[in-house]
Write a protein that binds this ligand. Structure first.
Ligand SMILES: [Zn+2]
Length: 418
């Protein structure tokens, strides 16, 4: 979302910081003792993790979509900073989405940087739901993975929004709606590949009015518990999930992704509240890439990652709770043969089953057409679906006596044969 730099100086360093501030009380952390207890519980939770063998022919890649750098007016992040952040967060891929500036074509990073695949893209404003008022929200277009030849004729200011979307697609790019709650016109949902089901910056902004407990704790503990304090940003995105379910229920593939919206721009009295390394670890969009051929197994290229994203072979994971790598959700026929992966649109087969595997025990909830249909606690589940429908999974982990969202899968579309 475009935020003029004049608003940033005060808002970013004071109001946004106190906005982040209210996050802490929801976790009940008001002193070093309770933060230490939280840390220990988190270590126990992460320690119970096992390695899930990958599904044959696929590899699970961890990535971040929606990040800004100095090419955006509201960030000063240098390439060496976000590359180091990607390394800290153990990312396999990073999707850049600077507010559009022609320099993304000349200075923007793209390609392989060690083990990291950087995919270039841009964010474009899409309008707002209201002109004024506290509930004003602004949506955006996230376009990425387009060919660099787009630069020759690209003129976003002269296009209508639908022309802009078409142009990015024409050059091989994917288009997602960012800050999807602020998208002013429902027709845009029909033009794109998918939407952000979570946006970290929006979640922080929604919480403006609380007490500055976060900053007090951050300073009082000399940032020792920065990671634990940021855990409070993790919440179930109820509105966005309901909207997403409404769109997928028709059987039309519509891909859900995570939006980190990282800027590394909240500096309060010399303390960096949102360093790339930490914001990249809060939330990840994992993709399952096809590695049938040896070339893609060695170093998955941007094209293979983009193909998996466009097919919905991906899931969101709040990695700050626990690494979700290895999560599996697929359908098998009565003979036990996999027939559909996340994102696949497939004919419903009677007595087929949905398989869920986790790297640690969690509460697994199966949704059919947006409605919760089954819930259990475990590490593995084979579930017989109740008939044709659009099925997806959410997984929750218990921390400090509350179930926290951990994994949100893309749906498998098991449709009635026509
Ligand atoms: Zn953004």
């Amino acid at each position: 979302m475009s935020r003029p730099i004049t608003r940033r100086a005060l808002l970013a360093s004071v109001i946004q910081a106190t906005g982040v501030a209210m996050l802490a009380p929801s976790f009940g952390c008001t002193d070093r003792g309770s933060l230490q207890a939280l840390r220990e519980e988190l270590q126990t939770l992460r320690g119970a993790r096992v390695v899930v063998p990958p599904l044959k022919g696929f590899r699970d890649l961890r990535g971040v979509i929606h990040t800004h750098s100095y090419l955006s007016s509201d960030s000063n992040g240098r390439p060496e900073e976000f590359l180091a952040g990607a390394q800290q967060a153990k990312l396999d891929y990073l999707v850049m989405t600077d507010h559009f500036d022609p320099r993304i074509f000349t200075e923007g990073l793209k390609g392989q940087y060690g083990d990291l695949t950087v995919i270039s893209g841009a964010e474009f404003p899409l309008g707002c739901t209201r002109k004024r008022g506290v509930t004003r929200r602004c949506g955006s277009i996230l376009g990425f993975g387009f060919s660099s030849s787009l630069a020759q004729t690209f003129s976003p200011d002269s296009y209508s929004k639908s022309e802009l979307i078409a142009q990015i697609k024409r050059y091989g790019g994917l288009v997602f709606l960012g800050h999807a709650r602020g998208v002013p016109n429902l027709q845009y949902f029909e033009m794109v590949h998918g939407m952000e089901v979570f946006n970290i910056a929006d979640t922080m902004r929604e919480r403006y009015l609380s007490v500055p407990g976060f900053m007090i704790n951050l300073f009082a503990t000399q940032q020792e518990y920065h990671e634990e304090l940021l855990l409070s940003v993790i919440e179930r995105p109820n509105w966005l999930l309901a909207r997403w379910d409404q769109l997928t229920r028709t059987g039309h593939r519509f891909v859900g992704i995570g939006g980190n919206d990282a800027h590394q721009n909240l500096n309060v009295l010399g303390v960096l509240v949102d360093p790339y390394g930490l914001v990249y670890r809060i939330l990840n969009t994992h993709v399952l890439v096809d590695v049938q051929d040896s070339e893609s197994a060695a170093s998955p290229s941007a094209n293979i990652i983009l193909a998996a994203l466009s097919q919905g072979r991906c899931y969101l994971a709040f990695s700050l709770l626990c690494d979700a790598s290895g999560f599996q959700f697929y359908a098998i026929n009565p003979l036990g043969t996999p027939i559909a992966m996340m994102g696949d649109v497939w004919g419903y087969v009677p007595r087929s089953q949905l398989v869920v595997r986790l790297p640690r025990v969690g509460a697994i909830e199966i949704f059919k057409n947006g409605v919760p249909e089954f819930r259990t606690v475990g590490r593995e589940l084979e579930y017989t679906p109740s008939g044709p429908g659009v099925y997806r999974v959410e997984v929750f982990l218990k921390l400090q006596r509350r179930w926290r969202p951990w994994i949100i899968s893309n749906p498998i579309y098991l449709l009635e044969e026509r």
